[in-house]
Design a protein around this ligand. Structure first.
Ligand code: GDD
Ligand code: MG
Length: 352
């Protein structure tokens, strides 16, 4: 069985972080986001090939995962000539005349859904398509999905307006679909699976089934959600590496150099090659990327710093997010609202 990961979006809501780093590989602690999805797919031994459907900065993603051997999987890359939308991308990646079930994931969702159980339901119901649903407080940013009492999908409405919200279950971005059903998607055309294919299954009364999952699920597509994922893994709300069995603690790489007289408050993460100078304080929920430098007396209070960022003496950083190779000068004060792209420079004594 093949799995297709839709990883071609531009990640526009995560700009500027995604200008040089496509969303599927934005770092979560010390690993590219998609690694969590690949680990989830490994729950299904039948999946013998993972196809990454790419469009935006494909080479960056290929460099990270190569042929998948390091992760114990087989990865193939399919790069669209132009963005084909979610449906067009699946059609393109699946190749000509696909048959049998294909697993599809939106490349920006993190969850611990029981994937074998989803596939089992799909088979038991002999469904043409099965999608995972999850309840959320506000469905307006998602695909709203209505079901009857028997897990049959009755309506699919992408990005509903306030007056169209009739339930709290949304499309979690995880599907099992029969290859044959892709025949309704035109080739080499921009086509939305959410606005075209799913409504068409309903209109044609095909067996279209929901697997409702009430455990952990998040779409990392916005800055708030990106930070939330880190908090959830650190607190143990979503048990996952590098905090598995270490929830609430300070996870410090043995290859970080921490001077005497540094205060570290858990939960936080300090990656390999980081240097923390004396008198610095690393507050709860901070993530210090590989090879970052935190100067004497500096305070990092809940910031997420990507690798190679330099924080000079007595700087104070709130719960901001900063890309690679940023520089925070001496005595700067930067509040938590800041979202800084790679190589940002905040000069000495600035207040942001
Ligand atoms: N290859 C390829 N080509 N991938 C694409 C393209 C494209 O043209 N457009 C989007 N994608 C990928 C994105 O990279 C992302 O992984 C996934 O498809 C979904 O796109 P988003 O832009 O993140 O959509 P969304 O979050 O607004 O909504 C989707 O996800 C929600 C769940 O998080 C929809 O599927 C909603 O129905 C769903 O509720
Ligand atoms: Mg998304």
């Amino acid at each position: 069985m093949k799995a297709i990961l839709l990883a071609g979006g531009q990640g526009s809501r995560l700009r500027p972080l995604t200008l040089n780093t496509p969303k599927p590989i934005v770092p979560i602690f010390d690993r590219p986001f998609l690694r969590y999805q690949i680990e989830l797919l490994k729950q299904v031994p039948e999946i013998d090939e993972i196809i990454l459907s790419l469009n935006y900065q494909p080479r960056r993603i290929e460099e990270v995962f190569a042929d998948g051997a390091d992760l114990g999987v087989t990865i193939r890359y399919v790069v669209e000539p132009q963005p084909l939308g979610t449906g067009g991308a699946i059609k393109f990646a699946a190749g000509s005349a696909p048959t049998g079930p294909v697993v599809v994931f939106n490349g920006d969702v993190l969850t611990s859904v029981d994937l074998p159980a989803v596939i089992a339901l799909h088979r038991e119901r002999q469904a043409r398509a099965t999608i995972v649903l999850t309840p959320v407080d506000n469905p307006s940013a998602y695909g709203l999905v209505e079901t009857d009492g028997q897990q049959n999908i009755k309506a699919f409405l992408e990005k509903p307006s306030a007056d169209q919200i009739t339930c709290d279950t949304i499309n979690a971005g995880i599907y099992v679909i029969e290859g044959e059903t892709l025949d309704r998607i035109p080739v080499d055309t921009n086509y939305s699976i959410e606005r075209g294919y799913f409504p068409s299954l309903i209109a044609q009364q095909e067996t279209f089934v929901a697997y409702t999952y009430r455990g952990y699920w998040i779409d990392i597509g916005t800055r708030e959600k990106y930070q939330q994922v880190h908090h959830d893994i650190m607190s143990g709300r979503f048990p996952a590496p590098p905090f598995e069995g270490l929830a609430g603690q300070a996870v410090v790489s043995p290859d970080a150099r921490i001077d005497d007289g540094v205060t570290i408050e858990g939960p936080c993460f300090i990656d390999a090659g980081a240097v923390i100078k004396t008198g610095a304080r690393i507050g709860a929920n901070s993530v210090i990327g590989a090879h970052c430098h935190i100067g004497e007396g500096a305070v990092v209070n809940g910031a997420i710093l990507w690798p190679h960022t330099w924080v000079d003496k007595h700087a104070h950083l709130g719960p901001l997010v900063a890309g690679r190779h940023c520089q925070f000068g001496r005595n700067v004060e930067v509040g938590g609202a800041a979202l800084l792209g790679d190589k940002s420079i905040i000069t000495d004594y600035s207040r942001v």
